[in-house]
Design a protein around this ligand. Structure first.
Ligand code: C2E
Ligand code: MG
Ligand code: MG
Length: 921
């Protein structure tokens, strides 16, 4: 904003400052003179100038005149009945006695109506002297001040009303003549609009010698003074230039007489006017009018100011200085014009540039173009081309100069398009299409371009038909296309092995199924998973792991499959056209599995991994790509349940199991919230005396339609789907709530699944359940199976330690069913071991079971772990276990799992659990 007006503001400040120092005085003078002239008014005629003019000087012949001449003049005037006589002549020095006497007598006779001049005069040494009439003269009249003080520029504008000199007050000549002293100020501005020409003036010698009609003098006030230039009583004033001093006195007296005392407004008013002009200039600038009108408007504004000044002078006696305003307006005009000119210059330059372009620079522009540009005439000859085009298409400026035809310079596909445009009479330029072409540069290198061919009609200078010109414009998009291809490749392939990605595999299946031939023949899909691959990574490092994965892909490809994909980590898929019967599956799978489980020779190591495979085909699973993969995955899961490098072919039951699992999962989620779940507690007793020492919480699900669902069925599904986490929390809380209310502080064992250990914070859940229920930590045992140690053994041990730190016990459930050895018992921080029911089952007859039970007992005893036997179904088993040193037992022999009410009831009654003692005895 400020920038826009900086020119304007600069002008305002400059003018204001300059005006302040009075540097526009000359202009103001001219304007004032002009204004005075315009408002010219006549003098009153009552004040008469008795001029000591050249004619008078000539008549007397000497100067200063003998005072007798002045005496004669006074006498003559008195004789003609003049009312006042004022001398603007120095009578301060003595002359000859007779002459001085003559004047004194004349003054005396005049009767006190004569004014005599006194003035302060500067001496050369800087001091002042006051020249006043000799007392002998002064006593017969009034002494009046005739001093006039010029402005700094030497001009007389102001006139003093009087002054005090040496303590005596003197009135100035004009004031006394006019008989009026303005109330304010020590001086006033003389109104030069009073026309000096109209002041009656007569030569002194004519008056003395009686050549003036006495009627012209009668009753008038006479000012006597020098008008002859040689007497040097001259002053410079506005309007008139140089005029005699007495005339200045007369004009001052006339000013007072006519009540024309002028006042000059303060400098601030002038500045205000400048600012006003600036504001108007801004408005005008933004008026969006034509420049000439804007200039005219500003000139009008200046004239308006001038007119205002004139009106003020005439009507209000105000003498306004307008120079500064005018100069400011001129400044504004300059600033405005400068901007305008600048703008025009820019316009001018750009049109000029356009002109030259259309004439000669076109060739240059084409040549320098970044894109490939080739201009071709109707005859198919080259007219112009950019350097880039020459470089790519392999021709030179010489070819252009020679007008070589496009048939010899452009590749065939481009020629075709250019020709088409040139020869198609109805060609519509709006139909221009961007095309793509590949240009072979040499054997290996090729360039992909994107191009358009446009048509221009050029009007010839004469009136002939318009000439047609085709313009081929092209751009190198090789890089773009290559990087697009790279991206597509990455999206479709596994960057490590180069096998297809899962997404691409699905696309491919869909494509193949859509093509009729494949649809009829069918497709076979196999999914392969490696086992023990993790070990390769861990033992040899990822570099070797990567090598194995690459080799797996190679080996799969070598098995005459059509496509190989990597689905993730160590799982792969392959696709072959056609379907197989059972025998063929057998042969095909054996070949693949053997190949994959063969030794992998890596630089300086060898690796062995296992492989399992699931297979399906379009006849078994239909033509949905996703479903094919899902079914192959199901078959793979089935294969994984079998030991070794095995394969399984999809069977419809697998799908049903999955569907059932899905139904089960949804049902289970609602079961938690709909109160379909409950807890049963199976007592644990002291084998020695049958006393109830604890219970194991076992979840029960009563489905409204399916009836009771076995935990052996729904727990694995809950684990697979993750629902076990929410379910586990519910069980833990509910069991603790029940336990805290039991009449006997027996122990509570709660099962926690490996999934809970892997995916949730078991410690936090346990802590919450304890604090919510208020159950003492020592009363709680957490049962976990060996399955927990598969994923993250170190992590699980840490969790166990934390549980123990809380005071909670940890029991190893189903001991003996997993892969854990006896040494395992020693490494893991259990408090309790639960011998699985499969061992108890064989007792007391099965020697092997008995030996194992005995070994567990011995080791546990030495490690300080408590042993619990599960699944005790008869008294013999109980007796034998007790004998082997096992102190706690659980099983149908003592009690089936019972609900909370039944358990509480049983606690009150101490008899039924005593069975064992009888059997043992
Ligand atoms: P488990 O933890 O080993 O539980 C003992 C299972 O053996 C229970 O089966 C119980 O009813 C059964 N049982 C007890 N005494 C005898 C007997 O004398 N003879 C025979 N044949 N079986 C006996 P249930 O209740 O069907 O539970 C099966 C499995 O489901 C449990 O095995 C446990 O792994 C799991 N499970 C049950 N409740 C929960 C639970 O609340 N949380 C978790 N995570 N798993 C649970
Ligand atoms: Mg258990
Ligand atoms: Mg168990």
């Amino acid at each position: 904003m400020l920038r826009q007006f900086k020119g304007l503001i600069f002008v305002v400040l400059l003018v204001a400052a300059t005006n302040f120092f009075g540097w526009f005085q000359t202009v103001d003078n001219s304007l004032q003179s002009l204004r005075f002239k315009q408002t010219s008014r006549p003098a009153s005629g009552e004040i008469v100038f008795a001029a000591i003019d050249p004619k008078s000087l000539n008549a007397i012949g000497v100067w200063p005149w003998p005072r007798s001449v002045h005496a004669s003049l006074v006498n003559a005037l008195v004789g003609m009945d003049a009312s006042d006589i004022a001398f603007d002549i120095d009578f301060s020095a003595q002359s000859t006695p007779e002459n001085d006497l003559a004047l004194e007598q004349a003054l005396e006779e005049a009767g006190g109506f004569v004014m005599l001049a006194a003035f302060r005069q500067a001496l050369l040494d800087g001091s002042f002297t006051f020249n006043e009439p000799l007392p002998r003269f002064a006593q017969h009249g009034d002494t009046v001040l005739v001093n006039i003080i010029p402005d700094a520029d030497g001009m007389i504008r102001r006139y003093p009303v009087g002054a005090a000199i040496d303590g005596i007050k003197y009135t100035s000549l004009a004031a006394l003549v006019a008989g009026y002293v303005p109330p304010q100020g020590s001086d006033f501005v003389i109104d030069y609009s009073i026309d000096a020409e109209t002041v009656p003036a007569y030569s002194v010698i004519d008056i003395i010698e009686g050549r003036v009609d006495p009627a012209l003098i009668a009753g008038k006030q006479i000012v006597i003074g020098a008008s002859a230039v040689e007497l040097r009583d001259n002053f410079v004033v506005p309007r008139y230039g140089t005029i005699p001093g007495p005339m200045v006195q007369i004009l001052a007296a006339e000013t007072l007489r006519q009540g024309r005392v002028l006042s000059e407004p303060s400098l601030y008013l002038e500045m205000g006017l400048i600012v006003l002009a600036a504001l108007i200039a801004v408005l005008v600038r933004f008026s969006r009018l034509v420049l000439a009108i804007r200039v005219a408007m500003m000139i009008t504004v200046a004239l308006a100011f001038e007119l205002g000044a004139l009106v003020l002078l005439t009507n209000s006696n105000i003498l306004l200085d307008t120079a500064a305003v005018h100069i400011a307006i001129v400044g504004f005009l300059f600033v405005g014009l400068a901007r305008e000119l600048d703008f025009r210059k820019i316009l001018l330059r750009s049109t000029r540039r356009e002109l030259t372009t259309s004439q000669g620079i076109l060739d240059r522009v084409i040549a320098d173009n970044f894109d490939g540009v080739v201009v071709v005439g109707t005859d198919g000859k080259l007219i112009a081309a950019s350097r880039f085009a020459e470089e790519v298409l392999g021709f030179t400026d010489a070819d252009i100069a020679a007008g070589t035809s496009i048939e010899r310079t452009l590749p065939a596909n481009l020629i075709k398009d250019v020709r088409k445009v040139l020869e198609d009479a109805e060609y519509d330029p709006a139909s221009t299409m961007v095309r793509e072409a590949t240009l072979k540069r040499d054997e290996i290198d090729s360039l992909i371009i994107e191009y358009v061919v446009t048509l221009s009609r050029i009007a010839p200078e004469d009136d002939g038909p318009p000439e047609l010109v085709a313009c081929l414009t092209f751009r190198d998009i090789t890089e773009r296309r290559l990087s697009e291809r790279r991206l597509t490749y990455l999206a479709r392939h596994d960057p490590l092995t180069g096998a297809l990605s899962r997404a691409r595999m699905i696309d491919l299946i869909n494509q193949l199924i859509e093509s009729d031939t494949t649809r009829n023949r069918g497709l076979t899909l196999g999914v392969v998973s490696l086992s023990r691959f993790k070990l390769v990574n861990e033992a040899l490092g990822h570099h070797y792991g990567d090598e194995v994965l690459k080799m797996v892909v190679e080996r799969l490809r070598s098995c005459r499959v059509d496509h190989v994909a990597r689905l993730g980590g160590d799982s792969f898929a392959f696709l072959t056209k056609g379907v197989l019967d059972d025998d063929e599956f057998e042969v095909f799978s054996t070949v693949i599995l053997n190949k994959l489980s063969d030794i992998y020779d890596l630089e300086d190591h060898q690796a062995i991994v296992g492989a399992q495979m699931g297979l399906t085909d379009t006849h078994l699973s239909g033509t949905d790509a996703e479903l094919l993969i899902t079914h192959a995955d199901m078959a793979l899961s089935a294969a994984k349940e079998m030991p070794g490098n095995t394969y399984a072919v999809f069977r419809p039951e697998m799908d049903e199991r999955l569907k059932e699992a899905q139904v089960m999962e949804t049902a289970m989620r609602s079961a938690i919230h709909n109160g379909q779940l409950s807890l049963n507690y199976q007592p644990q007793v002291s084998l020695a005396d049958g006393r109830l020492v604890g219970v194991e919480a076992l979840v029960r699900w009563e489905h409204p339609e399916l009836g009771p669902v076995s935990p052996a069925k729904f727990i694995p599904i809950a684990e697979e789907t993750g629902t076990i986490i929410e379910l586990g929390r519910w069980i833990l809380n509910a069991a603790c709530m029940d336990a805290v209310n039991w009449p006997e502080p027996i122990k509570l064992a709660v099962n926690v699944s490996p999934t809970q250990f892997e995916f949730s914070d078991v410690v936090a859940d346990v802590r919450k359940a304890l604090s919510k229920s208020g159950l003492a930590p020592e009363r709680l045992d957490i049962e976990l199976t060996e399955g927990v140690f598969i994923a993250d053994p170190a992590g699980v041990i840490a969790v166990m330690e934390q549980l123990k730190a809380l005071g909670v016990g940890v029991a190893l459930d189903d001991f003996g069913t997993g892969y854990s050895s006896l040494s395992y018992l020693a490494q893991m921080p259990f408090d309790k071991v639960k011998i699985d029911k499969s061992f108890v089952n064989g007792l007391p007859n099965d020697q092997q079971s008995a030996a194992i039970v005995q070994a567990v007992m011995t080791l546990s005893e030495s490690l300080g772990k408590v042993v619990v036997a599960e699944g005790i179904e008869n008294a013999d088993q109980a007796w034998m276990l007790n004998l082997a040193g096992c102190h706690i037992g659980q099983g149908y022999h003592f009690s089936r799992p019972i609900d909370n009410d039944a358990l509480v009831a049983r606690m009150g009654d101490s008899t039924p659990l005593q069975k064992i003692a009888q059997a043992g005895s």
